[in-house]
Write a protein that binds this ligand. Sequence first.
Ligand code: ADP
Ligand code: MG
Length: 397
Amino acid sequence: MNDKAGASGSATTTASTAAAHGFAEWFGRQPAGVWSAPGRVNLIGEHTDYNDGFVFPFAIDRRTAVALGDRDDRVIRVASSFSPEAVTVHLDELSPDAVNGWAAYPLGVAWALGEFGADLEHSRGVDLHVASDVPIGAGLSSSAAIECAVALALDEHWGFGFDRPTLAKVGQLAENRAVGAPTGIMDQSASLLGEADAGVFLDCRSLDADVIPLGFDADGLSLLVIDTRVSHDHATGGYAARRASCEAGARALGVESLRDLRPADLERAKSLLDDETFRRVRHVVTENQRVQGTVRTLHEHGPGAIGPFLDASHVSMRDDFEISVPELDLAVATAQANGAIGARMTGGGFGGAAIALMIDALVPVVTREVAAAFAEQGFREPAMFTARPSQGARRDA
Ligand code: ADP
Ligand code: MG
């Protein structure tokens, strides 16, 4: 346990220290403050968000930090260890189309704060430097981490006083409009509301969020992320097609969204829908049940009992939603065969990562066996690391 605490502690310091150092290097002075926000893993609840359903992610022990310092004018300048160039925009010229590339995330957040009523006209300019140990594009939402770190930094520094659910919407608006990615509110909610050894149970219709203790620490459990490093060209098209099927299913069944269906409605669904649409609908209906079942089971029996929900979630995504790939199936099956409590693919599908919950001592075993199984199949070597449920966005210095 000690080594786990040490690892997450040093990871936190790394991003914040790197942001402060980068700030001094780029801008030739010390920052006024440093804020950080974590990436996230979705424990369960996949493709339920846009169906007004439930998701249950947690914030992880990998963070993006932003160091901030005042300027004498009304310019925002952003730099990142991720990029060789700083980007500058006048506060009066913020718009969702002001910049392209990575700077659209932090500058989009500054613009989005204004859309939520922040008085940017009386704010002084700032310099920002971003550093991160959230892997980019590995399904851990480095995008939400940078948005939420910047949102909290600007909110606290400029004294707007937005609550965290509103800051989550600010991050989402930035991602939707300034970046142009049609994502939901899950990632930002996890990054802003997460707590140590807890998950964020989010109702995507009401946006009510409950922090639920996970108890991984007390029970000596680890969550292993197996990033297959597979990404398919048809991921975007596949996502759009699944969304369209869900909308068609809801329309045919006369409900506003699939959230409004219960398992008892599936019989009627089967008689009304074509087989493919029916299976898409069944995934969403049963996945919502599994998310709620996971939360209830954690409360009643602890984390060692949630495995069947994770396993069933994978089967549903593989067979009903049809968004898995052989690499994900192999990662899940190998983890299960080597004693994992439960395992499933996570994220949008067509590649990306699987997660497996297990007792701490099994991590080296499962890591080794998954690597061997991938090698045997001739699959690309996966990247594997544990993700520890950790505190959400905060000020670090
Ligand atoms: P992810 O699954 O990691 O969220 P996305 O494509 O949604 O993948 O977001 C990744 C993008 O976010 C990067 O390409 C970059 O534009 C931006 N980003 C993330 N982290 C940083 C960072 N530390 N510095 C600059 N830009 C970042
Ligand atoms: Mg993202």
